[in-house]
Design a protein around this ligand. Structure first.
Ligand code: NAG
Ligand code: NAG
Ligand code: NAG
Ligand code: NAG
Ligand code: NAG
Ligand code: NAG
Ligand code: NAG
Length: 831
């Protein structure tokens, strides 16, 4: 033993020596400051004192060997550059040097000693130093002066595409600095790209995102709490934010609540503003929120006096009292020319205002403001000036204060579900609601909606009453009801009745060559009307399992539903023995004919799959929440999702749908109908259905779309779980991405996959109350809010080996195929 001691001691001393040296070396490299006449060469870096940021030379990608001087996050594995000095003048080799001269200017020389970039400050320093601060700001200051006011120069005054915490975004009127974001040209080229995001000072300040000189997006004016067009900007645990506007400066700024959570905002090369948060566990930048969230955020999409509502289809409408300027264009979805007044203003003192609530305020470039006026004074001022078109509160805090007045056509208005503001739009006297009774045209506009409402209510009552009263009601009910409807209301929701001969001609007398498929209720044909329009004809023969109930139900439901993610019913045709529904024709058939098909699976890449998931979410949200009747579909599955020409999903087959009135949230049925593999436990077992049982089916569908495998019939060599169980297992091992269809072959967005799988699992939880509702799902998909941990799915291990292969037959138009997949059981009604 003894003989080893000295050696051990020796090596221990050696170790000590080496580690001291390396500590010395490390501390000597990791400096944050250089003084006058010191320099940095390629390979050397400055590191901020807390080691968050590092400055030095880098290449943006391995494709080009160009070198730039820049600042990046020091402690994260993903190289994330936040600032670049010589954006437009790349260095071509590695022998460059950055020198701080005695006057306090940083100068970058290339290998042939030419000046490539300089900080170019006009203030002369006294013992200057250059330092990388913990905020990522590169500053030049006098040696013993840490006051930010006295900095000789700072990189935060010259941002590139990244907006960092504590940076003042906006204008310094005293020093004439304008700090704004400019996108990079490409991911490899930091020179200024097409997009800028910059405060605009015309009228009342707002931030405008431009492509070249075209405005793409507006933040809306600051309303005391946030930018009016950024409803997602809310107090949160990650950062605080403020807006300052005085004679000296105008800026927006945010600060991290805890510096251990990194966050940055960036204007990407695609012109989208995004806020990212670094997630330590997954080692990636997570998208927290995007500036532009949907189509309605496109600047001026609906033109002047148009209003965009993302839940409408189409999204554009006109403000109250306005009509499309060019109705034909408008119908063709060209909204750019906007809307015009039905009645011109005459400015004779009789004008008034209509309040429009819950909106994003229009472009404020032609607006003026006064912080001390109240709303009543604001109205007076607006009324006095014939050019004034609208007014609103400037600050919405504590009941509202200040005055914002528009002197031009109103553009870029949209609605928000919540967090919108009120604006008062100027109208001619005859257009004002209280004057309505005096004018005939007004009467129609107000009375018709009331009539429609009443009729609808009556219709529903009648429908419900009849359903309860007559178990065996026949087609006459439908005819009766639609005539009833026709008498009362002309255009809106009348369903065209087709002549039987028209349908016979369109389908070549129901010829076999036109047949798309055969389902439980009878065959489906492709047809062509005389005007060339393609249709799908669903013919209900007497012997089918879709009884009069289901037929009437489907007609009732769909006729009233209009959404771009629902299949559109064009009309129906009722003969003595015939009940025929006419749908728009979907050339791409159903989703299951893609995702479960060896050949066609390939054509659905990840982005298509993701947009299909989003489309289904929208359609289902509409059914559950936004449609005039609250609809529970009850048979959501891959074969009931049809795909249109652009591969947009359309929910179809409302044969089993139920409408829930008012606040009912669940109902009970004795006839459990649906499809194995998609039905929620409480529905299969107790016959209880609710929007949450649809959410369960939706969750199954999401997992199927991601994986390209059927829940029912799923097989894995390692275990005996179904698809839900398999996904749950992967989730628990943090291997979400292994669920992705192998045919996608790695080209997916990991964060989207992770989120989709997570949301899918939240939707298939066992107890309905644990599942999110569809508005929540939309929110979770569309934002980066943290998701709760899912619990074990319902029907986690359910397995019916003998049936595992029964679903592999795949008829061409399988969406209409009920028979093979349906189960119909009658349970005693629970009391
Ligand atoms: C950079 O600094 C080194 C050592 O301090 C010095 O030898 C070299 O001349 C300097 N280079 C320039 C260009 O100032
Ligand atoms: C560039 O880097 C990426 C990832 O770091 C790598 O996948 C790729 O093969 C590299 N390309 C070249 C041309 O070296
Ligand atoms: C240094 O910059 C000058 C002027 O921009 C340029 O002409 C020269 O080629 C550059 N030297 C190298 C090695 O890139
Ligand atoms: C530096 O300042 C000079 C004169 O003020 C100006 O001509 C030059 O363009 C500036 N250079 C940079 C890189 O800003
Ligand atoms: C910041 O977060 C870290 C890690 O989560 C935690 O240890 C620390 O206490 C937090 N600091 C503050 C001031 O909350
Ligand atoms: C704002 O309104 C107040 C009260 O009406 C008025 O006294 C003041 O002059 C206005 N300020 C401006 C800048 O117009
Ligand atoms: C209204 O606008 C017109 C044209 O822009 C202008 O000539 C006129 O002076 C304005 N009137 C008022 C009261 O501001």
């Amino acid at each position: 033993m003894n003989q080893y001691m000295p050696i051990n001691l020796k090596s221990f001393r050696l170790f000590l020596f080496v580690s001291t040296i390396s500590t010395l070396l490390l501390t000597s490299t990791a400096i944050s400051t250089i003084t006058a006449n010191q320099n940095i060469t390629d390979g050397q870096t400055l590191v901020s004192d807390d080691e968050t940021f590092e400055m030095g030379f880098f290449s943006p990608s391995n494709v080009s060997s160009n070198r730039y001087l820049g600042i990046w996050y020091n402690q994260i594995a993903v190289k994330t550059v936040v600032w670049v000095a010589n954006k437009e003048t790349p260095l071509t080799d590695n022998s460059n040097v950055l020198v701080l001269n005695g006057e306090g200017n940083l100068i970058l020389f290339n290998s042939t000693n030419r000046r490539i970039w300089s900080s170019n400050s006009s203030v002369i320093g006294n013992n200057p130093v250059a330092q990388v601060l913990d905020t990522g700001n590169l500053v030049i200051r006098n040696e013993n002066d840490n006051d930010p006011e006295n900095y000789l120069w700072q990189s935060f005054d010259y941002p590139g595409d990244t907006f960092l915490p504590t940076m003042k975004y906006g204008k310094d009127f005293v020093r004439g600095l304008d700090k704004y974001l400019t996108s990079w040209k490409t991911a490899d080229d930091p020179s200024p790209g097409e997009y800028t995001n910059r405060f605009d000072f015309e009228g009342y300040p707002q931030i405008l995102l431009r492509k070249g000189s075209d405005v793409q997006y507006s933040s809306g004016p600051w309303n005391g709490l946030r930018f009016n067009g950024m409803p997602s900007l809310k107090p949160n645990d990650i950062y605080t934010f403020e807006f300052e506007f005085n004679e000296k400066e105008l800026y927006y700024q945010y600060e991290l609540v805890n510096n251990s959570v990194l966050s940055r905002m960036i204007l990407n090369t695609d012109g989208i503003l995004r806020r990212f948060i670094w997630v330590e566990r997954t080692q990636e930048w997570l998208l927290y929120v995007s500036g532009q969230t949907d189509n309605c955020d496109r600047y001026g999409l609906c033109g002047r006096y148009g209003i965009c509502n993302i839940n409408d289809s189409p999204a554009c409408g006109c403000l109250r009292g306005f009509d499309p300027r060019f109705p034909d264009e408008w119908r063709r979805a060209d909204w750019s020319n906007g809307c015009v007044r039905k009645v011109q203003l005459n400015c004779d003192g009789g004008d008034g205002f209509i309040k429009q609530s819950g909106v994003k305020l229009p472009d404020t470039r032609k607006a003026s403001f006064n912080v001390s006026m109240n709303l009543a004074e604001c109205e007076k001022v607006c009324l006095r000036n014939c050019n004034c078109t609208a007014y609103a509160n400037l600050d919405i805090r504590s009941g509202g204060s200040g005055c914002l007045i528009w002197f031009d056509d109103l553009i870029d208005i949209r609605t928000y579900a919540e967090d919108g503001q009120d604006i008062y739009v100027r109208m001619a006297a005859s257009e004002l609601p209280k004057m309505a009774a005096k004018s005939k045209t007004r009467v129609r506009i107000i009375v018709i909606p009331v009539l429609v409402g009443l009729t609808l209510l009556l219709g529903i009552c009648l429908f419900v009453y009849k359903r309860r009263k007559q178990k065996n009601n026949d087609v006459n009910t439908v005819v009766h009801e639609s005539t009833y409807v026709n008498e009362n209301k002309r255009e809106d929701w009348e369903l065209p009745l087709f002549d039987f001969n028209t349908i016979v001609n369109a389908t070549n007398n129901f010829s076999d060559s036109c047949k798309l498929g055969e389902g439980g209720y009878g065959p489906v044909y492709k047809g062509m009307l005389e005007d060339g329009k393609e249709i799908a004809v669903k013919r209900n023969s007497g012997k089918s399992i879709q009884g009069p109930d289901e037929f009437q139900n489907e007609v009732q439901c769909i006729a009233k539903l209009q959404h771009r993610n629902l299949v559109k019913l064009i009309g129906c045709c009722i003969g003595e023995e015939e009940r025929i529904l006419i749908y728009e024709y979907m050339p791409n058939k159903s989703l299951d004919s893609f995702i479960f098909d060896e050949g066609r699976r390939k054509s659905l890449d990840w982005s298509k799959r993701y947009s299909i998931i989003i489309g289904i979410t929208r359609g289902l949200l509409y059914l559950h929440q936004d449609s005039r009747l609250r609809i529970i579909h009850r048979d959501l599955k891959a074969s009931n999702i049809l795909l249109d020409k652009e591969m947009n999903p359309r929910i179809s087959d409302f044969g089993l749908a139920r409408s829930m009135e008012g606040s009912d949230t669940s109902a009970n049925t004795r006839r459990v109908m649906g499809t194995y593999g998609y039905m929620a436990p409480e529905y299969t077992i107790d016959g209880i259905y609710s929007t949450k049982s649809d959410v369960f089916s939706f969750g199954v569908l999401v997992l199927e779309i991601v994986s390209g495998k059927r829940n029912r019939g799923f097989q894995d060599a390692n275990h005996d779980l179904n698809l839900l169980g398999h996904a749950w297992r992967l989730y628990n091992n943090r291997k979400h991405v292994e669920l992705v269809d192998s045919i996608i072959n790695g080209s997916y967005v990991e964060s989207e996959v992770t989120r989709a799988v997570h949301i899918g699992l939240l939707c298939v939880q066992k107890y309905p109350e644990e599942r999110p509702d569809m508005p929540m799902v939309v929110l979770m998909l569309g934002s980066q809010i943290p998701l709760p941990e899912p619990k074990q799915p319902g029907f986690y291990t359910e397995r019916r080996p003998q049936e595992a292969n029964s679903s592999s037959n795949n008829p061409e138009w399988s969406s209409y195929n009920h028979l093979s997949n349906h189960l119909s059981v009658t349970y005693p009604q629970p009391r």
